[in-house]
Design a protein around this ligand. Structure first.
Ligand code: NOJ
Length: 762
C-alpha cells in the first residue's frame, strides 16, 4: 500500500514535470504526440477515440460542451464550414486544444457527383479516376472536410450484394490499381495540404464476400484466397499512403473483423506494418454482442480495443466502458495510449495541429451558398461519365443516333435526378443532375423532336417501393406514378409509334443497389419488362439505356433491344454524357469491371476462377463437367467486355523470349488496329496463367492493361513488360512465390477473346 502510494506520487510528479516541460517542436511528430499523450487524462484519452455522427436533429450545444470537455475526437456527416467551425472552436476551448477532424463519405464526388465506383472502374482510365479523387478532395476540403471514408476496395463477386455498386468490381489487380489512384487523388502530395483529405480504406476486410450477397453477413474464406484475391487491394491502397482503415462489419472465419486480433494486429499492423488510424464501422463495437462474441458492452469494448480498433464510430461503448476497463487493468494504459497515439497521428498527418482551421478557413470567407451550381466541376464530371459507359450491343449500327426525326424517350429512369447520382452521393443535389431527358433535349436542340413518356414505375411491388423509400428523409427516393400500369405503357407506346427510334431508360433505382439492398434476382423489375415488351411490339428500333449498380441478368432484354448501353449511375453530368454517346459525340470506350451472369443461379461467376478437374468446354457435351445443364454456360458478358462505334483487332502477339530468368523482364508485344471508320479508344488487356503450380491457379488473371486512342485505320504496337513479380502468388504456406514452369500470356480486348503465347520461368 505504501509502495503504491509512493508509485502514484511519483507518477503524478513525473506527469507534472512533463507538463511543465515545454512542448517539443511541432516538426518532431513523435515527440510532439508523446508529450501530448503524457498530459492527457484518462477521460481525454478516451474522448479522442470517439467519432460521432452529426445530424440536424442532434443537440448541437450539448455536443459543443462535450467537445470542449475533451470527450469527442471527431465527427462525420457535418459538412460545411459554418457547421464545423463552432465545433472546432469548442475543441480550441478544451484544456489541451486537441483539434477535431471532420469526416464524410465522399465516395464518388462530394458536390459534383461522378459515376458510382463500379462505373469508374469501367473507364479503365487511371487519369480519369485520378481526376475524380482530386476533384472530390478539392470540393470536400473547400467545404471544411478533413477525411473521407473511401476508397471502398472490397472485391465483389456476388452481385446480389447491393454494395457491389460502391466498389470497383471483381478483379484484384484492377481494384488495387484504382484504390491507389483514388488514395493519391484524395490525399494529393500530402493529406496535410489544405486541398487534400485523408483516405480511409474500407471495409477491412473481405466485406464483399458476405455469404449469399446478404449485407452484413459472414465471410468464410481460405487463407490463400484471401491473400491472393481479396486482401491485395487494401494493401495496395495503404501502400499508396492511405491514412487509415475502416473495419468491416462482417465476421471472418467466425471472428468479427471488429474483434479480430489476427486481422487487425497480426496482419495489418504486424505483417503489413500499417501505422495509421483504424476506425470501426457504424455501431460495430456494439454489434459484437449480436455477433455472439461479447456478452455485454464492457466485453465488446474490451475486445475491440484489444483487437486494435482505435476509434469507435457512433457507438457509446468506448465512452462508457473504457474508464472502468482501464482502471481495473483489463485494458492496459499501453493499449489505450496506442489507440490515442494513432488518432493523434492521423490528426497530425491531416495538418490539424499546425492549423485546426486549415480546411474550415475564416468565417468571413464562408460562402453564402454552398450548393451553388457554380461550385461544381461539370466538365470533369461529363468527361469521366462518358468514359464509364459500356456499349453492350449495337445491332445494325442502331447507334449512334441521328440528331434528326423523332425520338421517343421513355422509361422510369429517363427523368430521375436522384437516381442519376447513385448511392452514397455525398452532398450532391438532385437538382444539379442532368437527367437523360435533359441531356437528350440539350443535345438535339431543335434539330430533332423529342417525345417523353414515363412508361412505367421502377417497380410495381408496393413492399419494394416502401422499402426503397424508407431511408430517405428529405424526399421520396422513388416517386410512384399512380396511374394504372397499362395507362403508362399505352402512353409510351403512343410515343414510340410516332418516333423513328425509341430510347428506353430502364433498370434499378439507385436504392436498389445500395447498402442493405441485397437482391434475390438480378432482373429488371417485371413492370419495366412489360414496358420493354410493348415497345418491342411497335417494331421501332429500340435502344435500351440501362441504369443499375450491379450486373443484371439481361439475356431477355438483349434479345429485345437493337442496342444496349450500360450507364450505371453516371452522376451529375450523366444525362449529357449519355447523350454524347447516344449521338456519337463521344465514341464509347468503357469495359466491364465485373462479369454479367446470365442468371442469378450462376453466381458466383467471375472470370479468374480457379482451374478444376472437370471443366466445361464450350461446344462440347456438358455431361460430367462442371456446369449447369438448363441454360448456356459462361457469362452473358465477360469481364473486360465493351464495344465501340469503331472496331479493333488484336494480332501478332509475340514474346521477346520464351524463357524468363528471375529478376529479369520479358516483353510481350501485340498489334492493335482500329479497323473501323471512327477514332476511338480501347483497352488492351494482359492476362497471365500459371500452367502448373503447387496449387490450382486461376484460369487467367489480369496483370496489366493499356487504354489507347487510335485514329480510324491506325495500328499501334503495344508492349507489356512482364516481371517475376507478376508471376507471384501466395502458396499453401502463404509464401509469395513465383514457381518455375510454363506460363501462358493472353492478350485481348476482353477476358475471353484472347491471343495466347507461352514462356517458361526458370
Ligand atoms: C456505414 C457504412 O458501412 C460505411 O461504409 C460508411 O462509411 C459509414 N456507415 C459512415 O457513413
Amino acid at each position: 500500500m505504501k509502495l503504491s502510494m509512493l508509485g502514484l506520487a511519483m507518477a503524478l510528479a513525473s506527469q507534472a514535470a512533463l507538463a511543465a516541460t515545454p512542448a517539443p517542436p511541432l516538426q518532431d511528430k513523435q515527440a510532439f504526440i508523446e508529450h501530448l499523450i503524457q498530459q492527457m487524462t484518462l477521460d481525454e484519452k478516451i474522448g479522442q477515440l470517439r467519432l460521432i455522427s452529426i445530424g440536424p436533429e442532434m443537440p448541437h450545444a450539448k455536443i459543443r460542451e462535450e467537445i470542449a470537455a475533451g470527450r469527442i475526437g471527431g465527427t462525420f456527416n457535418s459538412r460545411t464550414a459554418p457547421e464545423n467551425r463552432p465545433m472546432q472552436d469548442a475543441a480550441m476551448r478544451s484544456r489541451l486544444k486537441i483539434p477535431m477532424f471532420f469526416a464524410y463519405d465522399v465516395i464518388h464526388g462530394n458536390r459534383t457527383i461522378f459515376p458510382i465506383s463500379l462505373g469508374l472502374a469501367a473507364t479503365w482510365d487511371m487519369d480519369a479516376i485520378a481526376k475524380v479523387g482530386r476533384t472530390s478532395a478539392i470540393e470536400a476540403a473547400a467545404d471544411s472536410l478533413d477525411m473521407t471514408f473511401a476508397p471502398m476496395v472490397d472485391i465483389a463477386r456476388d452481385p446480389r450484394w447491393g454494395r457491389t455498386s460502391e466498389g470497383f468490381g471483381e478483379d484484384t489487380y484492377l481494384t488495387s490499381r484504382i484504390g491507389q489512384v483514388m488514395v493519391k487523388g484524395f490525399q494529393g502530395s500530402s493529406p496535410a495540404n489544405p486541398d487534400s483529405i485523408m483516405a480511409i480504406v474500407k471495409h477491412f476486410a473481405l466485406y464483399g464476400a458476405v455469404e449469399g450477397g446478404r449485407d452484413y453477413n459472414t465471410v468464410d474464406m481460405s487463407l490463400p484466397k484471401m491473400y491472393n484475391d481479396y486482401l491485395p487491394p487494401y494493401r495496395a491502397s495503404l501502400d499508396a499512403g492511405a491514412g487509415g482503415v475502416m473495419v468491416a462489419l462482417n465476421s471472418i472465419n467466425g471472428v468479427p473483423a471488429t474483434s479480430n486480433t489476427w486481422l487487425m494486429n497480426d496482419l495489418l499492423r504486424g505483417e503489413w506494418g500499417f501505422k495509421g488510424v483504424t476506425i470501426s464501422d457504424h455501431g460495430a463495437i456494439q454489434e459484437l454482442i449480436r455477433h455472439g462474441v461479447a456478452k455485454d458492452g464492457r466485453e465488446a469494448a474490451k475486445l475491440a480495443i484489444k483487437a486494435g480498433i482505435d476509434m469507435s464510430m457512433n457507438d457509446s461503448l468506448y465512452g462508457e466502458e473504457l474508464p472502468g476497463l482501464v482502471k481495473s487493468g483489463e485494458v492496459t494504459q499501453a493499449e489505450l495510449d496506442q489507440a490515442v497515439r494513432e488518432v493523434l497521428g492521423a490528426k497530425y498527418e491531416m495538418g490539424l495541429f499546425k492549423d485546426p482551421y486549415v480546411r474550415i478557413g475564416k468565417a468571413e470567407n464562408d460562402l453564402k451558398d454552398y450548393y451553388a451550381d457554380a461550385r461544381l466541376h461539370r466538365d470533369a464530371a461529363r468527361d469521366v461519365a462518358r468514359r464509364s459507359l459500356v456499349l453492350l450491343e449495337n445491332r445494325k449500327e442502331t447507334l449512334p443516333l441521328k440528331k434528326a426525326g423523332t425520338i421517343a424517350l421513355v422509361g422510369p429512369l429517363a427523368d430521375a435526378p436522384i437516381d442519376m447520382m447513385g448511392s452514397w452521393a455525398a452532398d450532391g443535389r438532385p437538382a444539379h443532375s442532368v437527367t437523360v431527358r435533359e441531356g437528350l433535349r440539350r443535345a438535339v436542340g431543335d434539330k430533332a423532336k423529342l417525345i417523353y413518356a414515363k412508361g412505367s414505375n421502377v417497380t410495381g411491388d408496393k413492399a419494394m417501393f416502401d422499402y426503397l423509400n424508407f431511408l430517405n428523409f428529405d424526399a421520396p427516393e422513388i416517386v410512384d406514378d399512380l396511374r394504372p400500369a397499362a395507362v403508362l405503357i399505352d402512353e409510351a407506346v403512343k410515343a414510340a409509334k410516332q418516333a423513328d427510334v425509341v430510347v428506353a431508360v430502364v433498370g434499378e433505382s439507385r436504392g436498389m443497389s445500395h447498402e442493405s439492398s441485397s437482391r434475390t434476382t438480378l432482373e429488371i423489375p417485371a413492370i419495366q419488362r412489360d414496358l420493354i415488351k410493348a415497345l418491342k411490339a411497335t417494331g421501332k428500333p429500340l435502344v435500351l439505356v440501362l441504369m443499375n449498380g450491379r450486373p443484371l441478368s439481361i439475356g431477355w432484354e438483349r434479345e429485345q433491344a437493337d442496342a444496349l448501353l450500360e450507364t450505371w449511375f453516371s452522376g451529375t453530368e450523366g444525362g449529357n454524357a449519355i447523350a454524347d454517346v447516344l449521338f456519337g459525340d463521344y465514341n464509347p470506350s468503357g469495359k466491364l469491371a465485373i462479369t454479367f451472369p446470365r442468371s442469378v443461379g450462376q453466381i458466383p461467376m467471375y472470370y479468374n476462377h480457379l482451374r478444376i478437374g472437370r471443366p466445361f468446354t464450350p461446344g462440347k457435351p456438358g455431361n460430367y463437367t462442371s456446369q449447369y445443364f438448363e441454360e448456356p454456360n459462361g457469362p452473358l458478358y465477360p469481364f473486360g467486355y465493351g464495344l465501340s462505334y469503331s472496331s479493333f483487332e488484336v494480332s501478332g502477339l509475340q514474346l521477346a523470349k520464351n524463357q524468363l530468368k528471375r529478376g529479369d523482364t520479358l516483353q510481350a508485344t501485340v498489334t492493335v488496329k482500329n479497323t473501323g471508320k471512327r477514332d476511338g479508344e480501347t483497352v488492351v488487356q494482359l492476362y497471365l496463367q500459371d500452367v502448373s503450380a503447387s496449387m490450382s491457379r486461376p484460369v487467367k488473371e489480369l496483370k496489366n492493361f493499356q487504354k489507347l486512342l487510335l485514329k480510324a485505320g491506325e495500328s499501334r504496337t503495344v508492349t507489356f513488360s512482364i516481371s517475376e513479380d507478376d508471376l507471384k502468388f501466395y502458396n499453401g504456406q502463404l509464401q509469395r512465390v513465383a514457381e518455375p514452369g510454363q506460363f501462358n500470356v493472353q492478350v485481348g480486348l476482353d477476358s475471353e477473346a484472347v491471343q495466347q503465347q507461352s514462356f517458361e520461368l526458370l
